[in-house]
Design a protein around this ligand. Structure first.
Ligand code: 3H9
Length: 655
């Protein structure tokens, strides 16, 4: 066996006539210019050396190939281009077997699709997730995948960007061999045996015929889910094209579409989100701080929020101790948690053994002394300052001295809650979003006195839960609710100024929000915010602009969808403009002598984006948020802001 090097990232060894080419470009073996050049050089070498009968292509570390190098997007292309490398692989005179040892995503899967055989280890993950970056596969994915698995299945996979297991990929026909034994040894055997047979070139296969209805159904479903985004719709078009045109024409059209989308605003926004997610939760000053060990999580309060947090922690392998005030409440809490897990079993997300394992790690008790075993205690009780401060005082004498205390408050001041304990340095805020077992966003609140290792532990905990943690400082409503308040305030000002709620909602929905603001109000119910506004009457600045319309709706019993009427009416459950609401709005305008103006959809969106971005700038100036991109992530993951618009800071050009 002799070692060869073809570029900084490509090396190879020759075993028994098979050249095993390894891509070593950490962290994910992305297809950088050096990788592409090295692969070409390896093929040059293999072509000339008659001792080489076949090649195996694999990745170093945990990845096969994570895709094209996203960092190169937006820069001038460097030859050899990926489609050139891939065409050379497919047309190579000797067999090339892909030994898929980990993720094969995007361009990584496109490389594998051009290989003459694909063997994968059981932990391999396969997918064409380009649409999540606002683009389509640009190196043959839309043309070769349908040739292997059919049009309908390819439409589903490419337009959703779904990543699948090696097992599913094998069943679909993407993977030829699912290998339990050492992958490379098996791939070498595969490659040698392929050397004696005609090469199976994916691009030369014809797309299997399928009933037109199956294809139409997959396409309709994909377009429905795309909700106006371009990339999934283009992916559908390109996959269909594979069945009606030559490989060369299909590839040319795919490349043209890829280049056009790559330079689009939508793709730039989604790339921004991709890198924002990787930056979130990173705090430079914590790089050398070791987090405390957390294995047992106490949760005080097992209502809607507490039970969701419990399920998230159980899913991540923690032991969980739920605490309630009475045995009845504890029994109800346990039932709620079991109910969520049962639903997960019904929907196939976990099996019954998985549920039983989770339940074996759960205790729900009425005795707070149990919390003595916890490494982290999260309170999820009623959002009232007295209730929370009293609880924290009491917990101080129960929990271990090295245990961490977290508050899940949404609006109260965690510094005040922390000050109720003898050790505020062990207090941190963990603001979960409901349902806590589903929502990815977690605002991690760095309080005035939070110790660095406590913050580091909270971040490590969030990551193990699979959450997207965003660090923020203390302010009323943290990042999300502060921006949301500014957005809401501006929308209500605009209603007073002349826009009707349905016009605002239509503009927001056309922009990409799943639901307009006033429809969201109605869905959530109007009474809680009304009660809060009534409590705040005495402290409100009388000179500040105040819109009474929401109060008037509540006074008229219009509490939202559950009441059958709110900002809209709901005859037969259908959201409908209600003249009674319009009359309330017109009266409120008249009382302030406001002459209503009309707004275009563009004006509505621009004004709301500006309000959000201005508040975002204030949060950055106050040091509450560390990065504009963190604010974008909060609004995308907690408040329905469309990811393909990049978040309010990106959309308003405030990066
Ligand atoms: C494509 O292939 C287009 C082609 O069709 C056509 C071309 C002509 N490039 O996520 P992690 C970095 S489009 C550059 O925390 P994990 C990432 O920024 C591409 N960098 O790790 C981070 O860096 P840092 C299609 C990349 O283990 C580090 O790797 N492919 C790329 O949780 C670790 O990332 C995709 O869309 C990349 N392609 O997950 C796959 N990928 O440490 C995108 C990652 O400096 N990637 N980085 O912050 C992923 O989904 C995940 O990163 C992966 C690993 C599952 C691979």
């Amino acid at each position: 066996m002799s070692a060869l090097r073809f570029s900084d990232t490509i090396s190879a060894t020759l075993t028994d006539g098979v050249l095993v080419v390894t891509i070593d470009n950490p962290p994910v073996n992305a297809l950088s210019a050096d990788v592409r050049a090295g692969l070409m050089a390896a093929m040059d070498h293999a072509e000339k050396d008659s001792a080489i009968v076949a090649l195996v292509l694999t990745g170093a570390g945990n990845a096969f190939i994570g895709g094209a190098d996203i960092k190169e997007f937006g820069k001038p292309p460097i030859e050899p281009l990926l489609p050139q490398v891939i065409a050379r692989i497919e047309n190579f005179s000797k067999p090339i077997v892909a030994a898929i040892n980990g993720v094969a995503l995007g361009g990584g899967l496109e490389v594998a699709l051009a290989c003459h055989k694909r063997d994968a280890g059981p932990s391999a993950k396969i997918g064409l997730p380009e649409v999540k970056l606002g683009i389509v596969p640009g190196a043959g994915g839309t043309q070769r995948l349908p040739r292997l698995i059919g049009t309908a299945a390819a439409i589903e996979l490419i337009s959703s960007g779904r990543i699948i297991s090696a097992n599913e990929a094998h069943k679909l026909g993407i993977i030829d061999g699912l290998i339990e034994s050492p992958l490379i040894d098996a791939a070498i055997v595969s490659a040698k045996s392929a050397a004696d047979l005609p090469l199976r070139r994916t691009g030369t296969l014809s797309v299997p015929s399928e009933p037109a209805e199956a294809i139409d159904k997959a396409a309709t479903e994909a377009l429905r889910k795309a909700r106006g985004q371009r990339a999934p719709a283009e992916a559908v078009r390109l996959v269909r094209l594979a069945g009606t045109t030559s490989l060369a024409e299909g590839l040319a059209e795919e490349r043209r579409t890829f280049m056009e989308l790559r330079d689009s605003r939508e793709a730039a926004a989604l790339r921004h989100v991709f890198f924002a997610e990787r930056a979130a939760g990173r705090v430079e000053s914590l790089e050398k701080v070791a987090p405390r060990k957390i294995e047992t999580v106490g949760i005080v309060g097992t209502g809607l929020m507490g039970s969701g947090i419990a399920v998230a922690a159980l899913n991540a392998g923690y032991r969980v101790i739920g605490i309630e005030q009475t045995q009845d409440a504890a029994d109800n809490g346990r039932e709620r948690i079991t109910g969520i897990l049962d639903k997960a079993v019904q929907s196939g997300r976990i099996d019954t053994a998985g549920r039983d394992d989770r339940l074996s790690r759960l205790t729900v008790a009425a005795d707070a002394q149990e919390l003595g075993q916890a490494d982290l205690v999260i309170e999820a009780v009623f959002d009232d300052l007295t209730v929370k401060t009293e609880l924290f005082q009491r917990l101080g004498s129960i929990i271990r001295t090295d245990a961490i205390l977290a508050t899940n408050t949404s609006y109260l001041d965690p510094n005040v809650i922390g000050a109720a304990t003898a050790h505020p340095e062990r207090v941190v805020g963990l603001h979960f979003f409901s349902p806590a077992n589903v929502m990815r966003l977690l605002e991690v609140v760095n309080c005035e006195k939070t110790a660095p290792d406590v913050l580091a532990s909270a971040l490590a905990f969030a990551k193990r839960l699979g959450k997207l943690p965003v660090v923020c400082g203390v302010t009323e409503g943290f990042i999300g609710n502060r921006i949301f308040s500014a957005y809401r305030r501006e929308a209500e000002f605009m209603v007073e100024d002349g826009a009707l709620p349905h016009e605002i909602d239509a503009a927001l929905e056309a922009f990409g929000f799943p639901m307009g603001l006033f429809a969201v109000y109605d869905m959530a119910g109007l009474e809680i915010a009304w009660a809060r506004r009534k409590r705040q009457t005495a402290t409100r600045d009388p000179a500040a602009r105040y819109v009474v319309i929401a109060d008037r709706l509540c006074e008229a019993g219009r509490f939202g969808q559950k009441a059958g009427r709110g900002w809209y009416a709901y005859p037969d459950g259908k959201r409908t403009v209600d003249p009674e609401v319009t009359a309330i709005i017109e009266t409120a305008r008249a009382e302030k002598d406001i002459a209503p103006k009309s707004f275009t959809a563009d004006e509505i969106v621009t004004r709301l984006l500006k309000a959000m971005a201005d508040e975002g700038d204030a949060l950055l100036a106050e040091g509450i948020a560390a990065r504009a991109s963190d604010i974008d992530l909060v609004m995308i993951n907690g408040y329905g802001f469309p990811p393909h618009k990049g978040g309010p800071m990106f959309a308003a050009g405030r990066r």
